[in-house]
Design a protein around this ligand. Structure first.
Ligand SMILES: *Cc1c(COP(=O)(O)O)cnc(C)c1O
Length: 368
């Protein structure tokens, strides 16, 4: 499918098999561990065992591949996807650079498992300045970063990292491929948690990696088959079905986030607001240059833990939950998970509820 298609057309049709009279528009999931083999033996290119390949996963991968612009492998979760990138690339003696303000489980994995494999971990803030890339094997970026919401110029870092001989992988969870295509910007790998906006209904865990590098693709494919970090057919099917409305959901979330960010920035009870689409935000200029749309993910700071808890108790349409990109508006006080954020900092994921209802709800809940 060509690049000239609009986002919603792509979300509905990407990766779908050709129409067959009498067959469903959206083929159902195929549940199987083993498939019948030819009595003469397994033929390459034919499904044999579900861990290696299966038809339902291929449909999801073809769709995500069209959106990201690269060959795509689906994984059991976003965390399975990022660890596949790390463990496929890194060897003893290597150095990996990770965001100091990004998804905390990546740093935890580094501390608990990579350090023991003689991999050196260097941290860099998403907004920079970045230390030298000399001697670095892999640079991991996350933009917009979760939870800091800082944005980095992917093309700029990719050029400098490549000049030093490093590979670049970008966590595209917050932006989604409709917000930016890291592979077009020079990254070697784009990966994401599909548990967030891609599937968008807070009902499954899934992840993926995309690349145009044949060698990396082969290594990560082998890693997935041998580590077994595969998503089940039903989750692949549900994720593909939910992707059909990705553009619609993101549009509504982004538009409401713009209104809420403006509302919160003039509210006397709110100390600070972060949204890369808000004029004056430290990430505004780079986000405007790099991103096709800004997700409905914003941060705001209340004076204390108690203020944050009171806000969450009073708000009717803001669920306390630690995920984002779903149809429900949800909020997470990130410091409770050990993120390096202020005690009253809340990461807000704007859902698809009506804007007027959310503004009214915030007005009531912020009378602290
Ligand atoms: C949630 C998340 C992950 C991990 O994804 P899971 O699907 O929960 O395993 C990785 N990166 C970012 C930025 C995330 O928000």
């Amino acid at each position: 499918m060509g690049d000239h298609l609009g986002d919603s057309t792509l979300c509905v049709h990407a990766g779908q098999p050709a129409a067959v009279p009498g067959q469903p528009l959206m083929p159902g999931p195929v549940f199987a561990a083993p498939y019948h083999l030819d009595p003469a033996g397994w033929q390459p290119g034919v499904d044999g065992y579900g861990r290696g390949d299966n038809p339902t996963r291929r449909v999801l991968e073809a769709a995500l591949g069209e959106l990201e612009g690269g060959d795509t492998l689906a994984f059991a979760s976003g965390q399975a996807a990022v660890t596949a990138v790390l463990l496929s690339v890194l060897r003893p003696g290597d150095t990996v650079m990770v965001p100091s303000d990004g998804y905390y489980n990546v740093r935890t994995f580094g501390e608990q498992f990579l350090a023991g494999l003689q991999v050196t971990i260097v941290e860099a803030p998403t907004a920079g300045p970045y230390p030298s890339f000399d001697g670095v094997r892999l640079v991991l970026l996350e933009t917009p970063a979760n939870p800091s919401l800082d944005v980095v110029d992917i093309a700029d870092v990719a050029a400098r990292a490549h000049a030093a001989g490093a590979l670049v992988a970008v966590d595209n969870t917050a932006a989604t491929p409709l917000g930016q295509r890291p592979l077009d910007l020079g990254a070697d790998v784009s990966f994401a948690s599909g548990s967030k906006a891609i599937s968008g209904h807070s009902d499954l865990l899934i992840g993926y990696v995309s690349t145009r590098n044949a060698e990396l693709l082969a290594t990560m494919t082998s890693w997935r088959t041998l580590s077994g970090a595969i998503p089940a057919p039903f989750d692949c099917w549900l994720a593909r079905r939910s992707m059909s409305t990705l553009d619609l959901r993101l549009r509504q979330q982004s538009a409401t986030a713009a209104t809420l960010a403006a509302y919160l920035s003039q509210h006397p009870g709110v100390r600070a607001v972060r949204w890369p689409g808000l004029p004056g935000d430290p990430s505004f200029e780079v986000a405007k240059r790099q991103m096709r749309r800004i997700p409905g993910l914003l941060g705001f700071e209340l004076p204390s833990v108690e203020h944050a808890a009171e806000f969450l108790r009073k708000a009717e349409f803001v669920a306390a939950a630690t995920s984002f990109g779903g149809t429900h508006t949800s909020a997470d006080r990130r410091a409770q998970w050990g993120d390096r954020t202020a005690p009253g900092f809340i990461r807000l994921s704007v859902g698809i509820e009506d804007e007027a209802d959310l503004i009214r709800d915030f007005g009531r809940a912020l009378q602290l």
